[in-house]
Design a protein around this ligand. Structure first.
Ligand SMILES: Nc1ncnc2c1ncn2[C@@H]1O[C@H](COP(=O)(O)OP(=O)(O)OP(=O)(O)O)[C@@H](O)[C@H]1O
Ligand SMILES: [Mg+2]
Length: 384
């Protein structure tokens, strides 16, 4: 097994909150990022993404644990002695230098021969498709172009690993989407390792080979975009990535490869499930809105669940229906607007049937708060 490009082994970081208290912002993080991988750290504001990245770059040092780059422990080695380079959110370009001077700056600091600097700057400007703009100043360029200058400045140092901290945060949505694909293509073409911090789940899904989802300083799940979306390991991950329905109920039977979960003691839902599930266990089902279907009550297919439409939201590509299944549970169902006639298919207050395919439901076994809440409700029902 070759060495990982970057490895975090049991890394913790705490900051002094005041004279008496420490705040643990990175909490026993273990990560192995492979050579040539596009790896994202994803999580809400304040979860420790930037701090983790800054420790890889050498701007901060772990309170405990160790960071390895290509198998070598980094200890307290300073940033300029690490084979990494960072692209920050605000680009930090020098306003009084032209594009090529901005890109050449780091190489000039290393006292490289002038001819070599010129050649490397020209090469890298070609890679980011800015050849024609070499003599411009940053303020004469668009956000996306400035972003590419920042990238060129990092690339020209030929680092093995590039670190990005929300590099597209300042761009408008359309340009941001273009730059996402452009960065991804460049990473693939050059075969570099990119470690990318973002709090935007769609951005992480679009760009990454693998994603680490973080919350409160901890890594909750590491996986491919598909694994993270289709098989979230807990409620936080399921909720943070995309839109999700949570349905809580009790396991009432298991047979062959499936279990039946009785939602709110009322509605049975069949779920594909290979592992042993004790009868009586309270579980939470994760159902993505695009994996549920809505049908008219007069022509339902088999094994649907009756419900009433409580909200209809037209969102262009899709229409989102909120359907109440029980007094406690409501599901959001997305229906793609393939035909004009789909636009007015179901209306508010209509009695409909919902189909949730048994193979596209994910079971959370340890959703503690939901389990406690559910047990309390059953107890109350028994009393009344
Ligand atoms: N130098 C510091 N001193 C004290 N606390 C800090 C310092 N740097 C970060 N923190 C705290 O550590 C926590 C994690 O911060 P960090 O910047 O890593 O979060 P983040 O995930 O990058 O968030 P965002 O998405 O908002 O950029 C926050 O609570 C922050 O206030
Ligand atoms: Mg940050």
């Amino acid at each position: 097994m070759p060495n990982a490009a970057v490895e975090l082994r049991d890394v913790c970081k705490s900051f002094a909150k005041d004279r008496h208290q420490e705040l643990l912002v990175v909490d026993h993080v273990n990560l192995e990022i492979q050579e040539g991988e596009f790896f994202s750290l994803l999580g809400p504001s304040g979860c420790g993404k930037t701090t983790s990245l800054r420790m890889m770059a050498g701007f901060e040092h772990p309170s405990s644990g160790e960071i390895y780059i290509h198998g070598e422990p980094m200890g307290d080695r300073p940033p300029f002695h690490r084979p990494v380079n960072t692209v920050f959110q605000n680009y930090a370009l020098f306003p009084h230098l032209t594009v090529s001077q901005n890109v050449a700056f780091g190489l000039e600091m290393e006292n490289l021969p002038k001819a070599e600097i010129q050649q490397r700057v020209a090469e890298v400007l070609e890679q980011v498709q800015l050849e024609g703009l070499a003599k411009r100043y940053p303020k004469q360029m668009s956000g996306g172009q400035q972003q590419r200058v920042a990238l060129a400045r990092a690339l020209v140092k030929q680092p093995a690993v590039l670190l990005f901290d929300e590099p597209l945060g300042a761009l408008d949505l359309k340009l941001r989407k273009e730059m996402q694909l452009e960065l991804k293509r460049m990473q693939q073409r050059l075969g570099l390792t990119f470690i990318y911090v973002t709090h935007d789940q769609e951005e992480a899904l679009t760009m990454s080979d693998r994603i680490a989802v973080m919350s409160k300083g901890q890594v909750l799940q590491v996986g491919t975009p598909m694994e993270i979306y289709e098989e979230p390991v807990n409620r936080f991950v399921a909720d943070f990535i995309g839109e999700t329905n949570f349905l809580t109920g009790r396991v009432v039977s298991q047979q062959g490869g499936s279990v039946v979960v009785l939602i709110d003691e009322e509605v049975p839902i069949t779920v594909d499930c290979r592992q042993e599930m004790p009868i009586g266990k309270i579980v939470t089902l994760v159902v993505r809105p695009e994996k549920a279907e809505i049908w008219s009550s007069n022509h339902p297919p088999q094994s649907t669940i009756p419900g009433v439409v409580e909200e209809v939201v037209y969102i262009g590509t899709d229409t989102r229906y909120l359907v109440r299944l029980t007094p406690q549970s409501i599901v959001s169902v997305r229906r793609q607007n393939l035909h004009r006639r789909d636009l007015t298919l179901h209306h508010l207050g209509e009695k409909v049937q919902v189909l949730i395919n048994s193979d596209s439901i994910c079971i959370l076994e340890d959703d503690r708060a939901a389990q406690d809440n559910y047990s309390r409700r059953i107890a109350e029902m028994a009393v009344s």
